[in-house]
Design a protein around this ligand. Sequence first.
Ligand SMILES: *Cc1c(COP(=O)(O)O)cnc(C)c1O
Length: 917
Amino acid sequence: MQEQHAERRIDQFFSGPGARADDWRELVNAARAWKDGTQDRARFEGLLADIAATEEFHAYPGSRLMTELRERAASGDATGTLALVMRLTQALQTRSFRQHTSDWDVHGESEGEIPDLLPPALGHTGARRPYFEVLIVTGVPSTSWAGLAAEWRRLRRPVDSFIYEPVFVGSAEDAFCAAMLNPDLAAVIINEGFQYRSRHNAPVLRELTASIQSKETDSPLTLAQTLKRVRPELDLYLMSNQRVEELAGRPETSVLRRIFYSVEELLELHLSVLEGVQDRYETPFFDNLKKYAQRPIGTFHALPIARGKSVFKSDWIRDMGEFYGPNLFLAESSATTGGLDSLLEPTGNIKKAQEKAARAFGADQVFFVTNGTSTSNKMAVQALLAQGDIAIVDRNCHKSHHYGMVLAGAQPLYVEAFPMTEYSMYGAVPLRTIKQALLNLRAEGRLDRVKMVDLTNCTFDGHIYNTRRVMEECLAIKPDLIFLWDEAWFGFARFSPFLRPRTAMGAANDIEAWMREPSSAQAYDRQRAELGENPSDEVLLKTRLIPDPRKIRLRVYQTNSTHKSMSAIRQGSMLFVKDVEFHTVEAQFREAVFTHASTSPNQQLIASLDVARRQMELEGYGLVANAIEIAFAIRKAVAANPLISKYFSVLGADKMVPAEFRGSGFTDFLADGVNWGQVLRSLHDDEFCLDPTRITLVCGTAAYDGTQFKGLLASRYGIQVNKTSRNSVLLQSNINNTRSDVAHLIRVLAEIAGEIEHDLSQGGVNAVKAFDARVRSLMTDVPDLPNFSRFHDSFRADAGEKTNEGDIRSGFYSAYDAAGCEYIRLADAEIDRRLRNGPELVSANFVIPYPPGFPIMVPGQVITQEAIDFMRKLDVKEIHGYNAVQGLKLVRPEALARLGERRRPPAPRLRPADAAE
Ligand SMILES: *Cc1c(COP(=O)(O)O)cnc(C)c1O
């Protein structure tokens, strides 16, 4: 690809395949302009040359049609060129080339006449066969690729379940590019003898490969490692002339699905490719559920709705049957027999489905959960924490964590995220804060009591942690810490090579690989020597700490709401485990499952988790790239439209992440002058990044508060947004969004901006004044966000001096003692008197306003002036745990005094493992 083209679009690689459609649209426009005489042929040919380089990485249109296009242009046939380029663009857009032979023909005719060109779409069963592409990396000259492709096509058999086209490349760099840009690839066959360097000059690509692969080599094993890092879901095959038995024994070959000796039958390879895709295609639970639904079964069981008889025979509820269709009822069962397996103790196809999900998401174990990540979090907290254990918790995390701590009797040590006061939201917790908490515990000799660090990645508003760095530095202070990463929103990130290293499982796998390298222990020893015997806290806080790879016990948990970012039915969630000590907590996990999981889990939900995994393994790469591309399109369109950008803006990293956490100097994905090197450095090094698919649109500058604007978009335009803050709404692009969605959103924003403009110009001075005042109130008169104050001393009997943990469970149950509680209204002067003169106000329950959705007060917390000020300023209607008529529920001072007397520190628990440091 030409340098200019490659540099033109910073987002091209990030959003990979998504940008391809734009290139073709542009090419159509250039052809039309040439035909209409408004532009010359050279411009069309220039664009075609640009596009041709990357089109080599796709099976369609392929070299025959691309050559035809070039020749038509060269012959001066503008009309014929336009016709062909339009036809190709349409075939790509509608993906009809997967079914129609005519799309592959230069004249667009001969349906069915060139059998070696196109896959017959229908298999022998008459069902449409899924289509994919296979990348073949080879050293043979490109002149023989067409012949080789024909050979591959001859292997097709009507009984094959899938159909695929080969794509050839001759170098490692091109193979890398193809893997990045072609989402249809499902397998790669690496033959020895290829070049390292691409025929094309691509500086962006060089920067990217250098970040993943340290040396330039034509080694097939190095290429395999690199491809696995970019697209772990791809099946990799190696064709070797060497002694394959020797090769097969080397550990690096573990990334390969199979090694073939070059002279072996091509048919074997063909069958292996199909089998590899079949393995991902299989959904053990869903497949069995479909079979179950087909069988005639008489039920003498609960669940009358099963088989639909109570529905379809009824005059009164038949419409439900008609609405959902019979399969829903045929697939309903309360049985765990008939191969349906039990979610509570899976031994059959649920177990298999979970194992496949573990492979797909890079975990050792997966639990399917049918009650949302709310339940996954509570399960993890209960299984991993015992009474009295301390957990370092982001105070802004989802309420399931707080409630989990109550249930477990664990003591949360709350840490604060950095505030974004202007937008009434929080960012994420700085690593320094977390390290400080650990060092304080250590100074007090209580490091053994802290068991877990519990954080949200990414946050609601899109802040992504540097998961690897957080874990490494914490492990340097306490090598057996457990990490619970709530990735409710971030499950999809596994399928972007850019985001994956910042997921919990991605980072855990990277740390595990790092631990195996001999240089890691040396790095640790070197740092230890440099830091000396007893480095001060200040030194430890400012140093990027290296853990001792010989001591680390890597224990990482990740929860994700599969339903929030993938094709699972609402409440479908997964809990991922990568824990070398899992055997020590396995029984506790079983208890946690028994505590929280319904004994009647929903079959459709489990099936959807299985299917969501299949989809992500087979097309997740392209879908996620598309979601990112859509997000960039929205960001670009808002910024570029003069009318929209007058009243609305999308916040970039420069606004969402304070500069101290952006060491790379990165400002925003689409800012002027930001280049690839910076994007990569930011993703690799910065303490926090932004998830591009989470788009904070500021609407306060258009005189709308978040809730108002959300209502307007929903009621007038049928657009649903994710969440709101005082002056913004959060838009989220998803694997289901299309370009049309973007167009609709932009049109709506333009319309709203137009109306504002109109009203201001017609309304005279007063309208302008009122508008300005409203904007000022929304944008500058924002309440300070209150930090967590502290637990009341009655709940801190066994707590330390320098840390703020407390017994939230006792705080929670103090609310159950009606006589020990009192209510005071927010407006009551009594509040101000007590704040001034005591006795202290202590909350009896959680108070959680939506938005912003974090607890202003937790049970047992001392209420401060800041919290009261915030509550009084808060203009939202939904505040969980607060009834405006009754007022704040407080624990009476007498009850606190009694609690304080009763409380004694719990007896130290004798667990030798706790002594580890
Ligand atoms: C939504 C959410 C949850 C809860 O997940 P559900 O699947 O809705 O139960 C937990 N944590 C975070 C950060 C969330 O956004």
